[in-house]
Design a protein around this ligand. Sequence first.
Ligand code: HEM
Length: 370
Amino acid sequence: SASQPFYGAHQSGITTAQQANVALVAFDVLATDKPALQTMLQTLTQRCEFLMQGGVVKARDAQYPPLDSGMVGPMIHPDNLTITVSVGASLFDQRFGLSHLKPHQLQTMTRFANDGLQSQWCHGDLMLQICANSPDTTLHALRDIIKHTPGSLAVRWRRDGFISPHAAASQGKRTPINLLGFRDGTVNPNASQHDVLKQMLWLSSDTAEPAWTVGGSYQVIRLIRFYVEHWDRTPLQEQQAIFGRDRDTGAPLGMKHEHDSPDYASDPHGKHIPLDAHMRLANPRTQGYPEFLLLRRGYSYSYTTSPSGQLDVGLLFIGYQANLQRGFIDTQNRLNGEPLEEYIKPFGGGYFFTLPGVMGKGNYLGQSLI
Ligand code: HEM
């Protein structure tokens, strides 16, 4: 089955067409000094490389625990797996002597007006975004990493998510539909728009950021619950006004096709697209282009049911950008107070910095930081 490149200037899993499944896993680093942190990063690199490329796991004397869980069979198929490794602001505290190397915009996420952040669902020293065609592949990868890092990593929180397999199989041509029933990700640039992606995503040497960050990106994660019972009793025209798009075609209101561009200038009073519609408020293009953009890579989640019978479902919002302030933070501030807030509750997540890619064998994730 298909494999994604492990080596390169940037990690896989950002511009990679969205696979059907994700596991988002935040860890606390248990290593207490820099050499132990380095060993952990080297081990993590080896595991990611192996898991993404696949292969046969060596058999071991049966009097020992097997080297692999076996849950995907003796032959590990790549299954389009990507493991994207990011670090949180807390990694730059006094433990490892790295505080002078912290990416300038990396910070601990604080609450926005409509947030109900719960500490057990926030932050982390290390964040893995594990994506693959199937959920057994993401879980297998997670088990493998946990098995190889006892004493250096401890899971802090985890959420799994999915998009429709049809959308995933279309390699980005079909926009995934979120659990509110709307196509989500329409205006994302596609992987072939190299210049746009380059400016919106990657830190380059001409910023004032520490040199080791070149090739990395700021990652934002927001765990957002949807009140779908409430939403399902809301008139369609109100739902559409909330986003500014037609639910079924995905077209901007008053237009025909999903990829038609809304002309806000000729609709100054919001006759077609209300002034407080999600996409009109979020729209980073009116602010300047393209360094104000963020790449969204959202997944739906569906967990259990509350004691009162409400579904615990929502969105794992994942965004990447070269400029965290202009990308996510300013956009979220423009969205504060939007009508959509009545139906959603952000309860977790965090800001992370996605490490630059690994250039070749013998190199490891985070090497330029250590
Ligand atoms: C656009 C849904 C949260 C930023 C959209 C669209 C939908 C949508 C349906 C229109 C289609 C598209 O262009 O993708 C949602 C839902 C959210 C959510 C259900 C859950 C609460 C957020 C958050 C941000 C954000 C937290 C960032 C702070 C954007 C941006 C656009 C957009 C930048 C594109 C606007 C444009 O340029 O036209 N969203 N979104 N969204 N959303 Fe969200």
